[in-house]
Write a new protein. Structure first.
Lengths: 508, 123
């Protein structure tokens, strides 16, 4: 069955620009209409993403064949990340329907939201390295504006900081792209992969790769490039925090990084160790910075850095094994752990941000010390938060447990015992910091001024329930063989096959 | 040599964006970086005494083969980087507009352009 690949980008893009138009035409009555349209768009994209699972397709834009034109490529890895983007955006959009009533200009908010979705889908589908940069900028610019959406002191400050670092990152990426073009004479990822062909990188190409790693590393907020994330993610409205932490840093950062390293430049031992180094440093520093935080959302933001470390660590172990010519099955297991943790993190971290949004909307505060005893007042939020906390700390049977287990097994099999030990240790510290959230937000004594706190129901609850169910059920993705072989294995195969990607895409 | 100057310009922009305290200067630094990359892109396609990559008369075509002549291939400049530069200029215009808008809103809120005094977020 043929999938209309441009629809992934066209649906949100067209809807995005319809929003302000509908908003200004209908005036005050516009809110329900734009809410409905925006939700229809994200649900449509989710439907497409589900249909696209298991397909491999190349779409040549304007029917120009591969070296001449731009092409969109759908393969296992793309469809996995597309699915994560679609799931999180559906939940965040549902949540926004109620949550964004605190803000004005709902139509403009939906416009930026859908632009961001279009940009991310474009990054994931693009088979052209310059086109990837263009979509990356579309998604980034929308996200800068969304971080500053509240237009208060902190939000503007965070947005400016994020924007400057984001622009520097994009410039690095563009510089890398230009260098790659100068060296290979092509912008098509498959063709570049064919031209480089697994040879050791020449000086300029190695420089280009380091530029790209810095650029995408900044977008993925890996330590030492993480400075903007703890400011930007908490300052955005809660559904946007969920989108940014849940999928934006993955689509623009980790996805692009892994695609470039595995399929375009080819793995080498040194780049594998760079990934492992970035991963371990992010895991450890992120989690220790998180434990000391007293701002609910800031704590979650630091955990995003730490959890991205897990993903990059898995990819790095896989890259090292592949480059050493080791057993492909173990390399595949490490990459499976990384990618599975990527989608798990998308689900549980966005759920955590949504619960923090629900708590913030009910109590008007994000400071842990000013809360307490909310378990009775916010029963559903409490349940959702407990499920997500158990997932992120790796408690069975929730999804986080399975991906961390796979990562530990892969690290032990590859002989990196100390990496396995670090993984378990970081997981323990994660558990401690989420016990802290449970203790200070939901247990303890209820402060007097929070006596009449009410839980906001409706669409916010639906969104949280949706993600919480996924947290419980996603373990099935690795336990049930048929699900594993249709959803996860194709994505792992794309990364394990490395440069064979090139000939496969060109010959399609 | 020209490439080295281009890299130098990129470094100057990066230095300016990272070290300066004034928001407007930071924005200028980011722009200088973007210009450096744009110049680099143009230089990739540059060829000394090159001709424009446009086929106007039959001399440049091999009759009947549907291809351009070897002279044309060896002398025309590369048009692709020019298209890339146009795209990247448009993108940097978009981000510049947003950055300047943020600067204006921040100035309204804080009454200063000094980034060291705009510090409500920490930890």
């Amino acid at each position: 069955m043929s999938i209309p690949l441009p629809a992934f980008i066209a649906i949100p893009l067209v809807m995005a620009f319809l929003m302000p138009l509908v908003g200004s035409l209908l005036g005050r009555k516009a809110n329900p209409v734009v809410t409905f349209l925006a939700n229809a768009a994200t649900i449509g994209v989710l439907f497409l993403a589900i249909v696209s699972i298991g397909n491999t397709e190349v779409y040549n834009v304007g029917k120009w064949p591969i070296p001449l034109g731009i092409n969109l490529v759908l393969d296992g890895l793309s469809s996995l990340v597309l699915l994560a983007i679609a799931v999180v955006s559906v939940a965040a959009m549902l949540f926004s329907a109620r949550y964004m009533e605190q803000y004005t200009a709902k139509a403009k908010y939906y416009c930026l939201f859908l632009l961001m979705v279009a940009g991310m889908n474009g990054v994931v589908l693009s088979g052209d390295i310059f086109n990837l940069f263009v979509f990356l900028e579309i998604a980034s610019i929308a996200s800068y504006a969304l971080v500053g959406f509240g237009c208060e002191h902190e939000e503007l400050e965070a947005s400016f900081k994020y924007m400057v670092l984001g622009c520097i990152a994009s410039t690095f990426v563009l510089f890398g792209v230009a260098l790659v073009y100068a060296q290979t004479g092509s912008l098509n990822m498959a063709q570049i992969g064919g031209i480089i062909g697994g040879e050791p990188l020449s000086g300029p190409l190695a420089f280009a790769l380091s530029m790209l790693v810095v650029g995408f590393g900044l977008k993925a907020a890996l330590v030492p490039f993480h400075a903007w994330l703890p400011d930007a993610h908490p300052s955005a409205p809660a559904p946007i925090s969920a989108m940014l932490s849940g999928v934006l840093i993955k689509a623009l950062g980790v996805y692009a990084l892994s695609r470039i390293i595995f399929n375009v430049f080819g793995v080498s031992e040194s780049i594998g160790w760079v990934l492992i180094g970035l991963g371990v440093v992010s895991m450890v520093i992120g989690v220790f910075l998180a434990v000391g935080q007293w701002d609910f959302k800031r704590l979650l933001a630091y955990h995003s850095i730490s959890q991205m470390g897990y993903v990059v660590l898995g990819l790095g172990i896989g890259a090292v094994i592949l480059a050493q010519g080791g057993n492909k099955a173990w390399a595949g297991l490490a990459i499976l752990g990384g990618l599975f943790h990527l989608i798990n993190h998308a689900v549980f971290k966005s759920l955590l941000f949504l619960t923090s949004g629900s708590v913030e909307m009910s109590t008007g505060s994000r400071q842990l010390k000013q809360m307490g005893g909310l378990a009775e007042k916010l029963p559903f939020t409490r349940t959702a938060c407990t499920v997500a906390s158990a997932s992120i700390s790796g408690i069975p049977p929730f999804n986080g447990f399975w991906s961390k287990l796979i990562l530990v097994i892969a690290a032990v099999q590859a002989g990196f015992y100390w990496l396995a030990a670090v993984t378990v240790l970081v997981s323990l510290v994660t558990l401690i910091s989420f016990l802290k959230i449970q203790r200070y937000v939901f247990l303890g004594e209820l402060p007097e001024k929070l006596e009449d706190t009410r839980e906001h129901r409706g669409s916010m609850l639906t969104a949280m329930a949706f993600l919480a169910c996924l947290c419980v059920l996603m373990g099935l993705l690795v336990i049930v063989p048929s699900l594993k072989s249709t959803i996860l294995d194709p994505a792992v195969d794309v990364l394990v096959e490395g440069l064979e990607y090139s000939s496969r895409i060109i010959n399609m | 040599m020209a490439y080295a100057l281009c890299l130098l310009l990129f470094m100057i922009g990066l230095y300016c964006a990272v070290v300066k305290k004034n928001m407007v200067k930071i924005v200028i630094g980011v722009l200088v970086m973007e210009y450096a990359v744009n110049i680099f892109l143009i230089m990739i396609g540059y060829r000394k005494d090159g001709i424009a990559p446009i086929v106007i008369n039959d001399d440049e075509l091999i009759t009947g083969a549907g291809k351009v002549s070897e002279f044309f291939v060896n002398n025309s400049v590369d048009p692709l980087p020019q298209a890339l530069v146009l795209t990247s200029i448009v993108i940097s215009l978009g981000s510049l507009a947003l950055m300047i808008a943020l600067c204006i809103r921040l100035y309204e809120k804080y009454g200063t352009f000094d980034i060291t005094q705009i510090r409500r977020l920490k930890g």
